[in-house]
Design a protein around this ligand. Structure first.
Ligand SMILES: O=c1ccn([C@@H]2O[C@H](COP(=O)(O)O)[C@@H](O)[C@H]2O)c(=O)[nH]1
Length: 276
């Protein structure tokens, strides 16, 4: 792989539009799809999602937690899901939200970003709340291997602001310092940088993202109450790299592949105003 993640993402978004779709096998969704709550049911769920989304969307975001909860058999399903999507050219963002001291972070980075790992994905979500510097092993490995990293900045959940809106001695919010650290990593890149941030679509206000030069994953669309008007309100329509992320709102239309595709297409149409 010779192109950076940012360049590959830009090309995929130019082709398919900016929406990121999640594979979130909630137990309630397995039941609604009349699938057993077993690794076999999980596998069928993932296979239906792959059939529905592959080739139709720029980037797919499997939520790792729902696979891990089935133990090693669930991880095996995740491995197969990631590798089938990537083999056909669909970008995969593993939503693993890893964060730890640097030495342990290096092991997480190897799992999600090393080309020889069975779980290797195009990008992974990480948490900077052990200090931005603790993410260095992931940022470095991503850069070396042309992968991407999405750093949690201002999350979509109502509990996030308690930590993320705290004010630093220099007057910036914690989330703004995270955005600024990411902007510094992307500075100098003549195309979209490969380090992104996560900014919820449910927020009252967003950090200043104008200097980011990197992708902005915006979860919280649909089931959590966010929508196109919120994305426009929070980031405008001029920023490049905005990726509205939707899971349950689309997945609830399953298990019919055509209904899943129709729901994804509807979501993509509603975000067509975003710059690619
Ligand atoms: O701030 C964040 C970061 C990640 N997520 C994840 O996105 C999806 C949202 O699912 P919906 O069904 O569309 O609500 C899920 O995997 C979360 O873990 C987030 O919601 N907010």
């Amino acid at each position: 792989m010779t192109k950076s993640f940012g360049a590959r993402l830009s090309a995929a978004v130019a082709h398919h539009g900016p929406v990121c779709v999640g594979i979130d096998p909630h137990r309630e969704l397995l039941a609604a799809w009349e699938l057993p709550e077993t690794p076999e049911g999980l596998e069928q769920f993932a296979e239906i999602c792959v059939e529905a989304f592959d080739g139709l969307v720029a980037i797919v975001k499997p939520q790792v937690a729902f696979f891990e909860s089935f133990g090693s058999a669930g991880i095996a399903v995740l491995e197969r899901t990631v590798s089938v999507l990537r083999a056909s050219g669909t970008l995969v963002l593993a939503d693993a939200k890893r964060g730890d001291i640097g030495t342990t972070m290096a092991a997480y980075a190897r799992t999600w970003l090393h080309d020889e790992s069975p779980l290797c994905s195009d990008a992974v979500t990480v948490s900077p709340y052990l200090g931005f510097g603790s993410l260095e092993p992931a940022l470095q490995l991503a850069q070396d291997n042309h992968h991407g990293v999405f750093v949690l900045a201002a999350t979509s959940n109502p509990e996030g602001p308690q930590v993320q809106n705290a004010i630093n001695p220099d007057g910036r919010t914690v989330s703004q310092t995270i955005v600024d650290e990411v902007a510094a990593r992307n500075a100098g890149s003549d195309h979209l940088g490969s380090v992104g941030v996560v900014v919820g679509s449910t927020l009252v206000s967003a950090p200043d993202l104008t200097k980011l030069n990197g992708p902005i994953l915006m979860p919280g669309i649909g089931a959590q109450g966010g929508g196109p008007d919120d994305v426009r309100r929070l980031v405008g329509d001029a920023l490049h790299g905005v990726l509205p992320s939707v899971s349950r709102e689309v997945l609830r239309e399953g298990p019919s592949v055509s209904a899943l595709r129709a729901a994804l297409t509807k979501s993509q149409e509603s975000f067509a105003f975003l710059n690619s």
